[in-house]
Design a protein around this ligand. Sequence first.
Ligand SMILES: [Zn+2]
Length: 334
Amino acid sequence: MVSGVDSGADERLPDWVIWRQRPFPDANLLLIDGREPALVDSGFVGHAQRTAEWVRAHSGNLTRVVNTHWHADHVGGNGLLQAGGAGIAAGAPDADAIARRDPGCCAAEYLDQPVAPYTVDEPLDDGQLLRLGDADWEVLHTPGHTPGHVALWQPEERLLVVGDALSDYDVGWVNLALDGPDAATTAVASLQRLADLEPRVLLPAHGPIPAEPTAAFAAALRRGRRLVDDPDGAIWYGARRIFAFALMIRGGISADEVESYLLARAWLVDAAALLRRTPETLAAELIDTMIRSGAVVVRDNRLHAAAEYSPVMPETLQAPFPRAWPAPAGRRGL
Ligand SMILES: [Zn+2]
């Protein structure tokens, strides 16, 4: 069973859009039904089976999975759904990197977030029209949270799928170490472009559907500009999100091992350099501030993420990193 509640008769959504909010480590489920059923994002690898079952329960054969971006909580079901016959569509830069098995794919190794192997059948460019369900959707390249991030716009219904560009409560975190010092400025420009569409309904990949799209954009833009003005704050924000995700997918990390876990992570070492600290200092400070803020709780000598999440079976974390993925079998095209 997938935890969460189906959108059911959400009066804001047409009946061919089926949406279910899911806690971390999964992106929300979004199915666009019709002659070409499409799923937007496919959750975490540890819950791929549940994702596939949910799709089967709500639709016929899936034509496509569209990825808003390649983070592990958005592409984990790709491999399984692709094996079942769905094509995978993703932003062109991500598609190229996936095709050559670039070790940086999905930032999987960098963030220590496993992803099952997949290939991209359909690279997406800005402005391209995609038939999802029975409607045409426009692909919008919206870099910031990741360089290849895309959003999807359905102009008749004024529906806007925003991935991790923003949620009801926040702007997506940015990775200044991987994507450069302008990542936050880029994210704000993408947010503004999305806000200018004045959508009727915003569909974020995490959290609820915002009651007021305008208010959600205003809050996200405020937060985004703060990330631009305070790069150190942006790095801290990212580090807290990455660490919380690690705790969730591992069912917590032993208090005796957590420092050595963090010190072995590329993202922690990079963040420490940008924050002008040693990795040891940053690891200790990160643990300390997150315990003090209540974002991390210590139970039975283990550190756990305090936020709601669905547990993951440890064996599902065994997926190889992209550098070890088998070569793509060749694009099937759609
Ligand atoms: Zn993301």
